[in-house]
Design a protein around this ligand. Structure first.
Ligand code: GLU
Length: 555
């Protein structure tokens, strides 16, 4: 046995397989021409980041619109940062957004394991062969030794890092290495870079075109396996995306500077290079400056925030599609009711700069989507939201689902939808007055009538309305009734009449309606008033006006 083999065997005594065996075990996927294989590779460090939802949505779409595969791989090699169970949570949240990987550690698949810490044998097989082929070597340097190297480099003002003449352990003789291993000295494994300092490196990104890195590029002997026997990100990416047969590596642009490391490893191993697609990072405007959406500073960095707030899933996904492709909005205008997945994403139309996160836009898209939703779907989704996040809302729906549906159905006409709700958590504050117990709370906290009107005027207006209103008529007739009563009391039928001759009137029909709204709903703004009154029903309307009259008489 030659010495290189001996070293490889001392490090990995149990590994019998070779890279060729792995090639056979994980053959190229049998997919139709043009089908793309993408992956989502989260680290289990807590929660689903809004940026990761964006990346996985887009990656899943690229795969599925070509009849390909989208899989999930849990990248748990940094075990210090790991939060137990967060992989499941991420999958659960993806699922809520309708994104279900075709393969994952929960569903399995032919290219697993789908958790990096369970792929040790694969990494070790590759590294063992790399050592034998002089593409990798163990490094025994301690922290102190590495610090010393850095200090020398700083003093000489040369490129920092572990390379060339500074790569101390690269110069150890094979006998020295064997002795150290037999002596059980701790080590990491480094890639043995064969690059010279003066050559540039380039690759073609599907979104950004050809990118060239000027020298010195990747002369570093980077660590590929840590002391805990687990691979580093760079190495695991190369091995996994090769043997899991990823065709397109879709990831955030923060990985761009690492590409030379990856190219060097692909090249050394003779693996076919995947197509890189570096997505824009989601940015936020902070005090006029753009910065990355931050896990620590921004609530909206976590998709949990949007779920808790009850933004409709379809609105949020739609918003992310607008970030992905600049022509999505144009398509949406032409196809307002189509499934967003009928839109074909393209790499060319992805923005190159960080995409700017815009909460106002999410709000407005969500309002549109909730307005366009049919009542049954709305009720069902609102209920699902309530079960998880809002006991109060759940209670009112449970009390009488039909009544709730009737309220939600007010003017739910797809031709010209009303936009009463932005998110499910708004529902109660918009319609709570339709429930007597909530109405009473509002009523008891005081009715904010316009100070222009004296209590006795309000009383006489309300008494008259109470005796004369009709609800078993059309909306037009109901409105005419109200208008006539208002005109008789010197309210202007139109705002512009009032503006022209304010001395002739005591207000507008809007002011008159506001008095009625306060008296019946304890609120100035409500969904369409006619339907509100009809759903409340004549008796409750009368009772509420009666209570308001008593209140006014006492004040
Ligand atoms: N685990 C890496 C991360 O969470 C994945 C990067 C990639 O997609 O390759 O950032």
């Amino acid at each position: 046995m030659n010495n290189k083999k001996k070293i490889a065997n001392l490090i990995f005594p149990d590994i019998q397989e070779t890279i060729a065996d792995l090639e056979q075990k994980y053959p190229k996927r049998n997919l139709p021409e043009g089908a793309i294989v993408t992956r989502f590779a989260p680290s289990p460090t807590g929660f689903l980041h809004t940026g990761s939802l964006f990346t996985s949505l887009v990656s899943a779409r690229f795969a599925h619109q070509t009849g390909g595969i989208f899989f999930m791989r849990l990248e748990d090699t940094d075990q210090k940062r790991e939060i137990e169970g967060s992989g499941e949570k991420v999958l659960e949240q993806l699922h809520i957004f309708g994104i279900t990987p075709d393969e994952s550690y929960l569903t399995g698949g032919m290219y697993g394991p789908y958790v990096q810490s369970e792929r040790k044998e694969i990494y070790h097989t590759v590294i063992k062969e790399m050592i034998e082929k002089d593409l990798a070597y163990p490094c025994f340097c301690t922290h102190d030794e590495l610090d010393e190297i850095r200090a020398v480099q700083e003093e000489k003002n040369v490129l920092p890092g572990y390379y060339g003449e500074y790569a101390k352990c690269r110069k150890l003789t094979e006998e020295e290495v064997i002795a150290k291993l037999e002596n059980q000295e701790p080590y990491v494994i480094r890639f043995k870079s064969h690059r010279d300092q003066d050559t540039e490196m380039s690759f073609t990104d599907a979104i950004r075109g050809t990118i060239t890195f000027s020298p010195p590029v990747n002369v570093q002997d980077i660590v590929i396996m840590k002391g805990d026997q687990l691979p580093t990100y760079h190495f695991a990416h190369v091995v996994d995306d090769h043997f899991m047969r990823t065709t397109h590596v879709t990831r955030g642009e923060e990985w761009m500077p690492s590409v030379p490391n990856h190219l060097a490893l692909f090249e050394a191993l003779g693996f076919e290079l995947p197509i890189y697609c570096h997505f824009p990072v989601i940015m936020k405007l902070d005090d006029g400056k753009r910065r990355k959406l931050s896990k620590r500073k921004d609530v909206e960095a976590s998709v949990d925030y949007f779920l808790e707030q009850g933004y409709p899933i379809e609105g949020f996904l739609e918003y992310l599609m607008t970030l992905a492709n600049s022509n999505f909005e144009e398509w949406r205008l032409e196809h307002p009711m189509d499934d967003i997945y009928d839109f074909n994403l393209s790499f060319e139309k992805m923005s190159l700069d960080g995409a700017l996160f815009d909460l106002e836009k999410i709000r407005s898209i969500s309002k549109d989507r909730l307005g366009l939703m049919d009542a049954d779907t709305f009720v069902q989704k609102a209920y699902e939201y309530a079960v998880q996040y809002s006991e109060g809302l759940k209670k009112v729906i449970d009390q009488n689902p039909d009544y709730f549906r009737e309220i939600i159905n007010i003017e739910r006409n797809p031709e010209k939808p009303r936009k009463d709700y932005e998110k499910y958590s708004d529902i109660l504050s918009v319609i709570d007055f339709m429930y007597d117990e909530y109405w009473l709370v509002r009523f008891e906290s005081g009715l904010q009538f316009n100070e222009r009107y004296q209590a006795e005027d309000l009383i006489s207006i309300l008494e008259e309305y109470q005796d004369n209103f009709r609800l078993d008529v059309s909306q037009e007739e109901w409105f005419d009734d109200m208008k006539n009563l208002a005109i008789n009391r010197k309210f202007a039928a139109r705002g512009k009449d009032f503006k022209k001759n304010p001395e002739l009137y005591i207000g507008t029909i809007g002011d008159y309606a506001e008095i009625l709204r306060l008296a019946t709903c304890a609120k100035k703004n409500t969904p369409n008033f006619y339907f509100v009154l009809k759903i409340l029903g004549e008796n409750r309307v009368k009772q509420r006006i009666q209570k308001t009259l008593e209140y006014l008489k006492q004040s």
